[in-house]
Structures are given as C-alpha cells and as structure tokens.
Design a protein around this ligand. Structure first.
Ligand SMILES: [Fe+2]
Ligand SMILES: [Fe+2]
Length: 248
C-alpha cells in the first residue's frame, strides 16, 4: 500500500464500526498459547507438516503462512460437500436434512474466516514486496490443498472423528506457528496496521496484533473441531446410511 492509501485506510478504519482488538488481551492470549505444551501429533498430521517444513522451512514466514491458509480452507470445503450430499440423500426426512444444513453453515463460516486470513496475508506480502515463485508458492500449495481436501473428505465419510482430529491438529499447529512468529519478531509490535479489510476483519494497532488475532481464530477452529470429536455424525445417534458414504 502506498502512503496515501495507508493514510486513507487508517482514517477509514478509525471512523468505521470496525471491531478494535485490544493489544493487552491479544498478548495475554499469545502467552497462553506459548505456555501450553504442544500435543503429540498423529503420524498423519506429521506427514502433513513435513512437506511444508521441507519446502518452506521450519521458521515462521508470511509466505509460509499464506501456503498454510490455502491448505487450511479445504477441510471445511470437504465437510460442506459431504453435508450437502447428505442433505440430497435425506430428502425424505426434512427435519434431519435441516439439522445437517447447520453443519453446512458452520463449515462455510469457518471457510470464510480462513479466506479472510488469506486476504490479509496477501495484503501484507504485497506491501512488503515479497516474491512468490510460481512453483513453490502457487503450484505446490494447490497440490497440497488438493491432497488434503480428498483426505479430509475420505476420513469424514468413513469416520468424521478422524477428520476432525486431523483438522484440530492442523489448527493447533497453525495457532502455535503464528504466535511463535510474533514472539520471535518483536518489531511487528511497532508496525502499524491499516487495511481496507478492517470493516470485515477488525482494526488492529499493529501487524503483531493482526497475526495474534489470526492465531486466535485458529484456536477457535481447533476447539470447534475438538468439540465435534465425540459427537456422532451430524448430531445423530446412529451413523448415516451407507449410501451417504458412496455419494460422490
Ligand atoms: Fe487460518
Ligand atoms: Fe483455521
């Protein structure tokens, strides 16, 4: 963003109804994340993190976070897809279909939230003039997202708990990566953040606060997935008819 655009965005954010996120609150949440012991990730989760670490390094980096966000959206897309197909197969039971639709709404909300993360990261990357090579930052993330989508879909169709667990691990990892990155780059606290997206995503005093808020979103996504771990499929006591698993 050039200087004039930055100043315009600052005025717009301050004058708008945008939610302003308090630095002290966000810092306290960062401490909480960093103080928590890292859980033991499953082998599947480790296999997901490994190519990312190999391709983009273990250290946090805005371009790596961008890749993370491209991949992070897809379980929610997969769940939305599974739920829609289940609705199609539940036309004879409208009340049940309506309950499944609540899952669609939740998955869409989570997906949209991840999309905002992508928008704000793209903006940060552009402002810094960071280069994103076609292969490393465009093609490989799409391949990983493709694989993760189908894995999430399959796990969900077989046993939703498996898909929720994997997603919770992915989100836990993302939350820690963001918070660690902010802790390792204290200068981000002195970098003001103004964005044309503040009306939708919030108003932050600094880039550090913005990234802390994204980390908190990842924590919420993790908690939502963990809350679903022991819930039967679509809130039913019995599993869905097998044809829903065959539905694609
Ligand atoms: Fe995200
Ligand atoms: Fe997330």
């Amino acid at each position: 963003m050039n200087r004039q655009a930055t100043e315009t965005a600052a005025v717009t954010c301050a004058a708008s109804e945008a939610t302003h996120w308090d630095t002290d609150y966000l810092k306290a949440e960062q401490e909480r994340t960093l103080a928590e012991e890292r859980p033991r990730y499953s082998l599947l989760a480790k296999l997901l993190f490994l190519p990312m670490d190999l391709l983009y390094g273990r250290k946090g980096d805005l371009r790596k976070f961008h890749v993370l966000e491209v991949v992070a959206r897809v379980p929610y897309q997969a769940w939305e897809n599974v739920a829609y197909v289940a609705i199609t197969h539940s036309h004879a039971a409208p009340r049940f279909a309506r309950r499944i639709f609540d899952f669609v709404v939740e998955a869409r909300r989570q997906q949209d939230n991840e999309q905002w993360h992508l928008f704000v990261l793209e903006e940060l990357i552009r402002e810094r003039g960071l280069k994103q090579g076609l292969l490393r930052y465009r093609l490989f993330p799409q391949i990983m997202a493709f694989g993760f989508y189908h894995l999430s879909w399959l796990l969900y169709a077989i046993k939703p708990k498996w898909s929720y667990k994997l997603n919770a691990e992915f989100e836990d990892h993302a939350e820690r990566e963001y918070m660690r990155f902010v802790a390792e780059n204290p200068e981000l606290d002195d970098e003001p953040h103004h964005s044309p997206f503040c009306g939708e995503y919030g108003h932050f005093d600094s880039v550090a606060d913005l990234l802390r808020r994204i980390a908190l979103d990842e924590r919420e996504h993790k908690e939502e997935s963990l809350a679903r771990l022991d819930a039967p499929r679509f809130g039913l006591e019995t599993s869905l008819p097998r044809r829903v698993v065959r539905m694609r």
